[in-house]
Design a protein around this ligand. Structure first.
Ligand code: AHR
Length: 619
């Protein structure tokens, strides 16, 4: 069998093809990428988020050495209207100290010896309370890893901040706030961040997860959903409202908590400013998706004569990202710390929308955006692939209104991906391009990853019609699973890439500029030759999904030198960092080659071994 690349037969340009999709599902933000270590920091958890949640979820009362406290939630004198609940600690008997503790996420708060943590809290007291509030980071057994104290000296809300340094590593510690004396103490926005966030940004992203994302080198990042943008009430002030980007800016104490449709509270601490900043930090173009005034889950639509504020929200978001400081929203961005524009190029309207009300409303958004910002690429929605005629409606709407791209979603079996390798072959270059905004085969096994790799070579091959592609969902906290498979799994101190992650990385790390023609011959099944070639860096990506196991032989036609690689030989396994026994992909990195001098041949070797391999070939 052989693959032949034709370096002079060039095809479409790849543009920004491969990127990532972030949705706060599986605790991807709170308890995930957003580095906050305190769960339910503002006492806003509510049964509407999840029937088991309440304002003291993740908190426990602490009563030491005969101490007695009444810990309650009040709303009569809040920090602000958007943050109505706060905790009251009434000291009934001081004993050796009373107060509250936070359990964090997963097994607890993960501490690393020698690292600093920034604690902050809004607090006030009644006049009889006059003792310091002692903060400790403790193990479950009460071993103190770090300690500090603050003196609450006002009957009005004030912010207090202190830095703690961990004396030990402990992945399951707790934040304990204890005091003595008498009277009442009021607390809100109890927060703890590692000082070492990604790029050291205060209130920023968890470093390890961010590094895994940055390592992908995505061309773009879609945000914030997913169903969470269009699931909920149309009332912008409701806790379960559709996603409103303006609620996510500025002081986190002023951001309302939100019911996230994946059954938990969403703090919005990872908001739009943090998102744009993160995109810039990892070199990805932002790709926000906004609600289109329609909730397909409840089939509720904003009346057409009330749509204007929703359209204005979309225009304001573009101004927030790109406007200069003389514009209202550009100046807001500058005030938040980023005078330079964020360079927004894409905006999506609607997520996976099916239903006439969406297609009635889409044109209003489209026209308003194109009129004011003709260079912004507007993305329409075709709904999930299985939706049949609804799906066609999305494409018809896109063609009718001149959308730049159409968001397609599908979650299917690996066999479906292999069978649909030619899906876009007949799509036309002069029509709206495909934004494959969500896709995954059902599983995180090596075979799933191979099927996706094979399919992705089909996407590359059709770069004339396929504009943007991102796998979904991207992140999953292993203890809060709403959906699987997912690309990256983590807990409070570990991060694992799935085979699917390594396939995405392969394509993104070798993102080409332009296609080269490639032909396969002599393979046992057509899918076994799923391959594409690109220039830019020059890369050959091949995904072998056939039952045979191949060795790879490279022949340098100039020097006669021959290099043979066994398909899964351990010395070329690049996944050394993964735990033993995990179902990992083995990606063969052939290293620097003067590729144009080589002949690549794949030698079938019948074996009971794993089903295939992925090759990356190039520089
Ligand atoms: O990716 C998980 C969910 O799948 C998304 O929120 C939604 O758009 C799709 O149905």
């Amino acid at each position: 069998a052989a693959l032949t690349i034709h370096p002079r037969r060039r095809g479409a340009e790849l543009g920004d093809m491969f990127g990532i999709f972030f949705e706060d599902i599986n605790h991807a933000a709170d308890g995930g990428l957003y580095a906050e270590l305190v769960q339910n920091r503002s006492f806003e958890f509510d049964p509407i988020d999840h029937r088991e949640y309440h304002a003291l979820t993740a908190w426990e009362t602490v009563e030491r050495g005969g101490g007695k406290a009444a810990v309650t939630i009040e709303t009569s004198h809040p920090l602000n209207e958007r943050n109505p609940h706060y905790a009251v600690i009434e000291i009934l008997a001081e004993g050796a100290g009373v107060g509250i503790l936070n359990q964090g996420f997963n097994s607890g708060i993960s501490l690393t010896k020698g690292e600093s943590y920034l604690f902050s809290v809004y607090a006030r007291r009644d006049n009889s309370f006059n003792e310091p509030l002692v903060l400790t980071l403790e193990s479950h057994e009460g071993v103190v890893h770090a300690e500090a104290s603050i003196t609450v000296d006002s009957a009005e809300w004030r912010k207090y901040e202190v830095r703690l340094t961990a004396q030990d590593t402990d992945v399951s510690s707790r934040l304990v706030l204890v005091t003595t004396g008498s009277g009442k103490l009021y607390l809100d926005m109890v927060s703890l961040f590692p000082e070492a966030t990604f790029r050291g940004r205060p209130g920023g992203m968890r470093k390890d997860i961010s590094e895994w994302l940055a390592a992908l080198k995505p061309k773009f990042m879609r945000f914030p959903g997913g169903c969470l943008i269009h699931d909920g009430s149309l009332n912008p002030d409701a806790r379960d409202s559709l996603y409103h980007w303006k609620n996510t800016l500025g002081d986190v104490a002023q951001r309302p908590s939100r019911r996230n449709n994946w059954s938990y509270n969403q703090t919005l601490g990872l908001g739009y400013y943090e998102y744009f900043q993160f995109c810039e930090d990892i070199g990805a173009k932002p790709l926000p998706v906004l609600p289109g005034g329609y909730n397909p889950h409840r089939n509720q639509a904003v009346p057409l004569d009330e749509l204007e504020p929703w359209i204005q929200d979309a225009l304001d978001l573009i101004e927030f990202a790109n406007g200069d400081s003389s514009t209202p929203w550009g100046s807001k961005r500058a005030e938040l710390g980023h005078p330079e524009p964020f360079g927004l190029e894409y905006v999506g309207i609607g997520n996976e929308e099916v239903g006439e009300p969406f297609f009635e409303r889409y044109p209003y958004f489209h026209r308003a955006i194109k009129e004011r910002y003709p260079d912004i690429k507007v993305i329409n929605s075709s709904g999930p692939f299985a939706a049949g005629s609804e799906y066609d409606r999305g494409w018809n709407s896109a063609k009718g209104h001149g959308s730049d791209l159409v968001d397609e979603h599908y979650y299917q079996s690996p066999e479906w991906f292999l069978a649909n390798y030619h899906r876009y072959d007949n799509f036309k270059a002069d029509e709206p391009k495909v934004f494959l905004g969500e896709f995954a085969s059902w599983g995180n096994s090596y075979y799933n990853a191979l099927a996706e790799a094979a399919y992705m070579t089909g996407l590359e091959r059709n770069a004339h019609a396929v504009g943007l592609v991102c796998y979904a969902p991207m992140l999953c906290n292993a203890d809060y699973v709403n959906w699987k498979p997912d690309m990256i799994w983590f807990n409070n101190h570990q991060v694992y890439g799935t085979p699917n992650y390594y396939v995405q990385k392969l394509f993104m790390n070798h993102h080409g500029d332009q296609l080269l023609a490639v032909e396969g011959s002599g393979f046992s099944a057509p899918q076994a030759a799923a391959a594409s070639a690109i220039i830019g860096p020059i890369v050959l990506t091949a995904s072998n999904t056939a039952a045979e196991f191949y060795d790879i032989e490279l022949l340098n036609r100039v020097t006669g030198e021959k290099r043979t690689f066994s398909g899964l030989s351990p010395e070329v396994n690049t996944m050394k960092d993964l735990p033993e026994g995990s179902n990992i992909p083995r990606v063969l990195e052939l290293g620097e080659t003067g590729w144009e001098h080589y002949t690549l041949s794949l030698k079938a070797r019948r074996t009971a071994g794993p089903k295939g391999f992925i090759i990356e070939f190039g520089r």
